[in-house]
Ligand binder design. Structure first.
Ligand SMILES: Cc1cc2nc3c(=O)[nH]c(=O)nc-3n(C[C@H](O)[C@H](O)[C@H](O)COP(=O)(O)OP(=O)(O)OC[C@H]3O[C@@H](n4cnc5c(N)ncnc54)[C@H](O)[C@@H]3O)c2cc1C
Length: 285
């Protein structure tokens, strides 16, 4: 339970942080809220030689609206998102998801950027970010680039970020017109992480016909994924019980589901279908 020895730097600008990461590409790790990295270090699953603490860089924690998008700084905590009255109004999936992460201490310290960069297969944010088709803004030695949610999560604990890149901002286009959203989760009884988590965002026309659907699933596979077959089955349909049940049956189509001591592959697939159905029912109620 004691981490391996490491050095610590707390830069006050992004440029300094990027320079430090560039000088130590294989040894350095960014420290944000520390609620995934520090436990991993204590178990010696991670042994970085240098921690670059980005907590003293100003201007990385905010929830703004600009150019028709919601812009969230990477250091914004889960609690700040959970408690945003504006997000509850324009994109309630974000506070709904945030409110189901860990406990109040975790939500007060953990950050959306840290959670996304960590890409824990049972983390909650990746499901919501995929459903919302968010864009991730990364900054590194070569400047800024935008990575789509679909390209960001590469594999187990692996994202498209380069070693010297920092996730700076998350951009989300809020739904327009009539919409429904929900995050539905089965919590692991010991850790609170998602055994299965389902994020849903739907745009509907005046008659209740689904114009577009975004469905992100976490907890089931080595990384969060888009349930494209469910989205396809919903689009263009009136979302009655029959359409929802039929679409939910496709939640894990083409996916290699995890199996562990708590939940077999079959049980996870079953939970994913049931909770996709429940999330869709909540989003349309
Ligand atoms: C008891 C407990 C319960 C929890 N329950 C849940 C849960 O139910 N659901 C859930 O989703 N999570 C849960 N978590 C994890 C929590 O949400 C973490 O806060 C989150 O996963 C990581 O965010 P962080 O800010 O703490 O990042 P850190 O732990 O500081 O960093 C995590 C990783 O991301 C990298 N990183 C951090 N920020 C950036 C950045 N801006 N750019 C690039 N790389 C970056 C770090 O180098 C590190 O590799 C739990 C944690 C604990 C301790």
């Amino acid at each position: 339970m004691i981490p391996a020895p490491f050095d610590y730097q707390a830069p006050t600008t992004l440029d300094e942080a990027i320079a430090l990461l560039g000088q130590h590409p294989d040894e350095a790790k960014i420290l944000a809220g520390g609620h995934s990295l520090i436990p991993a270090m204590k178990l010696r699953l991670a042994q970085p030689q240098l921690l670059v603490d980005i907590g003293r860089i100003s201007g990385l924690s905010y929830i703004n609206e600009e150019a028709g998008q919601i812009r969230i700084g990477a250091m914004t905590t889960h609690y700040e998102i959970e408690s945003s009255a504006r997000l509850k109004e324009i994109c309630p999936l974000l506070p709904d998801c945030a409110s189901q992460i860990g406990d109040v201490q975790v939500r007060n310290k953990g950050t959306i950027g840290g959670s996304l960069a960590h890409s824990d297969p049972a983390g909650d944010w990746p499901a919501a970010i995929i459903a919302l088709r968010a864009e991730m803004v990364a900054i590194g030695p070569a400047g800024e680039r935008v990575i789509s949610a679909d390209d960001f999560f590469v594999d187990f604990l692996t994202t498209a970020l380069e070693p010297a890149e920092i996730l700076r901002e998350i951009r989300i286009s809020p739904p327009q017109g009539r919409f429904g959203q929900a995050y539905q989760k089965v919590r692991h009884p010991a850790s609170g992480f998602a055994v299965v988590g389902v994020a849903v965002t739907l745009s509907l026309d005046g008659g209740g016909v689904c114009q577009s659907a975004g469905i992100g699933i976490t907890g089931v596979a080595s990384k969060a994924f888009r349930a494209a077959a469910v989205e396809g089955a919903l689009t263009g349909k009136t979302l009655d019980d029959q359409a929802i049940v039929a679409a939910s049956a496709h939640t894990t189509d083409g996916v290699d589901a995890n199996s562990d001591l708590y939940a077999s592959e079959e049980y996870r697939r079953h939970l994913a279908q049931v909770h996709t159905r429940r999330a869709l029912l909540r989003a349309t109620s």
